[in-house]
Design a protein around this ligand. Sequence first.
Ligand code: FE2
Length: 452
Amino acid sequence: MNRESPHADSFDAALRDAAVGYMPGFGNDFETEALPGALPQGRNSPQRVNYGLYAEQLSGTPFTAPRGQNERTWCYRIRPSVKHTGRFSRVELPYFKSAPCIEDHVQSLGQYRWDPVAIPEEPTTFLTGMRTMTTAGDVNTQVGLAIHYYLCTAPMVDEYVYSADSEFLIVPQTGGLEVFTELGRMEVRPLEICIVPRGMVFRVKPLDGPARGFVCENYGAKFDLPGRGPIGANCLANPRDFKTPVAAYEDVERPSTLYVKWCGQFHVTEIGHSPLDVVAWHGNYAPCKYDLRTFSPVGAILFDHPDPSIFTVLTAPSGVEGTANIDFVIFPPRWLPAEDTFRPPWYHKNIMSEFMGNVTGEYDAKPQGFVPGGMSLHNMMLPHGPDAEAFEKASSVELKPQKLEDTMAFMFETRFPQHLTHFAAHEAPMQDDYVDCWAGLEKKFDGTPGLK
Ligand SMILES: [Fe+2]
């Protein structure tokens, strides 16, 4: 590998992944065992399981879901999950909100942008450091989403969590995370993402110092790969680049706390051991990670540019075809060769609502102000587009093939209007002057022909 190659970072990531252990493929039917012979062969539920393990099925879809969508995993574990819960008591995580969350004294209509949220000095875990920015839909009807900013400076020690409400799409921006799930251990760093399915127990610790990033909590149907249509069988996010962890377990007997998120409420239950006790498993309902640098973008090669849906990594359907509950879209490094074309995103007004975050670098529609760790929201049917500086530059620059380097912004786009939380509206570092970025756009029309 040429160390100057743009793929060198990705190569390093692949080496690290090889050390942790993953299986390639998206939605595959995987099988893995941490001890030899722990996984029953040719059957799911033998009378007795090797090593004295308990067999248990985790269902990600109703039993009768169509074959192509049906997801479940068989786990062979030290204790059945029913031993991982006792009595529940309610607990408050005041910054971790669920939809519907429409608050007094919070205005959601407007174009909004935020500076990065500072990482606090005091210890915060992935749970206590979760700061919800927006919510949409209704967690009780499994529709919509919540978008969070996490600030993680401390590991969850003998603490575990699962969400009955949602799958978690985690997008690190600063610092790596170890995400240790029931089905295995993942390491996820900036420019990578991971998915933890609904109902799966996990815990998180920062890998290399304070960490922050974004979480899209999907209340609806699972994320899937988008159809490619005429693009064909390759490019965009290729299935083999998704990686599911091999089985890993803890045989730990210590007082432990399990948090359960259920219908927007948090509960705790005290147990005497780690619930991460799955020694072997097989099935297709599993966590995965993905390196955004392996996304193969497709775009304009002569003039104009396609809709940004061309950059969709994952889509979570809503039940109406082509109308996503959530699209996860990225803006990766890429060449811009188009001739006689306004190359940044065009001005538009969208029935979908768009929450953006910047992982690294400069975003071409907003060269100033949308910085790494920053966020923006362009809500349903609110016009937006390049700022005045970007417009003037893109309208007059001599067009040569140009490469956008060292850039990675993303968008969580949903069919539902997003509501700001009190934190997003009043505590997060909102840029009060954001709308002024369009103030310099002047009227050029004077009724006479010609390019102005
Ligand atoms: Fe947009």
